[in-house]
Design a protein around this ligand. Structure first.
Ligand SMILES: Nc1ncnc2c1ncn2[C@@H]1O[C@H](COP(=O)(O)OP(=O)(O)OP(=O)(O)O)[C@@H](O)[C@H]1O
Ligand SMILES: [Mg+2]
Length: 457
């Protein structure tokens, strides 16, 4: 018997629920596993963890938050090595502003007991029963002003606990970072705290831009990962896991539902989740009762399309809506070829000269380009050319989104492609968006090579 109640609850989950049927991302999980092992090894050798920051960036719905959540599952299963890392989720990028807040979160994740392990602390006023960190609930041997928590205190605590446990410090939505977070982010990147902390940031496609705009040292080459669509086998595996989990009767179904949903969703995690919800909506009907062969495919597709269009609609910010045709023409060009960052900016600059695509006052080529990146209409991919060089090209990460934007801007493939100007690539002065962090040769984009644990010294 199918689990109708379970299917019902699943059909009503929000469109960005944490992945219940997590699939794929093995390379990322392996990368973190190696990072943990490398950190544990370095600590055992008495070394310091430096330049350990990782960045996962991707458009909305790519599965960044789900990936961070999956770290807990992997650590609990022992897949991140022994001892398992301590995982600390900072509620939002805003919490990187104060050292004490970061310390308190880590201390809490280490276990409440740790708050009271202060015997090694050198401050003579503090006796063994008084928490050094924080200050709430202090009674015995009261200290008037408990010292503010610092990385130094945390180090004392971790010494007496499990000194080799790496700490994964995960911060989501890093694109919203506060400028005041710079100092702590630099301390973390430079390993000045002497602790086994591996900072892991996740955020939208402009995250690296934002980090660099605030003057934070950027993660090293190979530690910056674009989160993209799933492979079709992975997307299909998620659907299969869902059908199995809800004990759906799959006998006699005349269609390969995992393949169908994966394809309709462009293997994009957010759309895939919605496609599974659409199927669940039909499976719970009284005349269907969890039997796949009784499902009306057209009804599933109608739900799925509605949810997908809604999700696309959310990406159409005011700036993009004000420049529908321009966005559509850029998308037309991006779909036809895979231009580089400066080529896309050039295309925008050239289109801007035509009347129907003019940028409105206050919107520059750079800011429009960044908006396309921010909303996930464009994503940067590192592509290896035949000669072995790696170039960064831009694509729309979701094919159906490109079609949506073109339809919205009334641009179809019969229109001639916007041409690149015969001029040299556009050079713009850095402006409100901080310019292009890849512009100078020394800040070339990192290659998409795998993590090299030896980089953790
Ligand atoms: N690896 C995965 N396997 C299966 N489903 C996934 C996977 N990753 C994410 N999903 C599903 O995709 C949807 C979007 O995921 P998630 O919220 O993690 O994306 P995000 O990148 O954090 O988006 P945003 O930028 O909007 O915060 C969720 O409903 C989730 O269930
Ligand atoms: Mg998220």
């Amino acid at each position: 018997m199918a689990d109708i109640a379970g299917l019902h609850a699943f059909s009503e989950t929000p469109e960005r629920d944490v992945a219940r049927f997590f699939a794929g991302r093995e390379a990322f999980l392996d990368h973190i596993k190696k990072a943990c092992e490398g950190a544990a090894h370095t600590i055992a050798e008495g070394g310091k963890i430096i330049s350990a920051t990782r960045l996962f960036y991707g458009a909305r719905g790519a599965g960044k938050t789900s990936l961070l959540t999956e770290f807990h599952v992997h650590a609990a299963r022992g897949n991140f090595g022994t001892p398992a890392p301590v995982i600390v989720d900072l509620p939002s990028s805003q919490s990187l502003r104060r050292e004490e807040d970061v310390i308190l979160q880590i201390a809490e994740a280490l276990g409440k007991d740790s708050l009271f392990r202060t015997t090694t602390h050198s401050d003579a006023r503090v006796n063994a029963d008084i928490p050094v960190i924080g200050g709430g609930g202090v009674t015995k041997g009261q200290v008037q002003n408990p010292p503010a928590a610092t990385f130094f205190h945390l180090k004392q605590i971790t010494k007496t606990l499990s000194p080799r446990r790496p700490i994964l410090l995960c911060v989501d939505e890093i694109q919203n970072m506060n400028p005041e977070a710079k100092d702590i982010m630099d301390i973390l990147q430079q390993g000045k705290h002497g602790l086994p902390i591996i900072p892991i940031y996740a955020g939208l496609g402009n995250s690296l831009n934002v980090i660099m705009r605030h003057g934070v040292s950027r993660p090293v080459s190979g530690y910056i990962h674009g989160v993209e669509a799933l492979a079709s086998t992975e997307a299909e595996a998620a659907v299969t896991a869902m059908l199995d989990r809800f004990k759906v009767d799959q006998s006699g179904a005349d269609r390969d539902w995992p393949a169908t949903l994966a394809q309709r969703a462009d293997c994009w995690p957010q759309h895939l989740h919605n496609a599974m919800r659409a199927l669940a909506m039909e499976l719970i009907r009284r005349d269907v009762k969890g039997v796949l062969a009784r499902v009306n495919p057209e009804a599933v597709f109608t739900h799925e399309r509605r949810l997908r269009m809604l999700a696309h609609g959310w990406r159409m910010s005011e700036m993009i809506s004000d420049h529908r045709e321009l966005a559509a023409r850029v998308m037309q060009r991006v779909v036809a070829s895979t231009p580089t960052r400066s080529e896309v900016k050039q295309i925008i600059a050239v289109l801007h000269k035509t009347r129907s695509c003019t940028l409105t006052e206050g919107v520059s080529v750079n800011s429009f380009f960044n908006e396309l990146l921010h909303q996930g209409l464009l994503q940067e991919f590192h592509e290896e050319r035949a000669d072995g060089t790696i170039v960064d090209v831009l694509r729309c990460p979701i094919p159906s989104l490109a079609t949506f934007v073109m339809e919205r801007g009334r641009v179809d493939s019969s229109l001639p492609l916007p041409e690149l100007a015969a001029e040299p690539p556009l050079k713009e002065a850095p402006e409100e968006e901080g310019g292009d962090p890849y512009a100078s040769p020394e800040s070339k984009p990192p290659s998409y090579e795998d993590a090299d644990p030896s980089k953790i010294s």
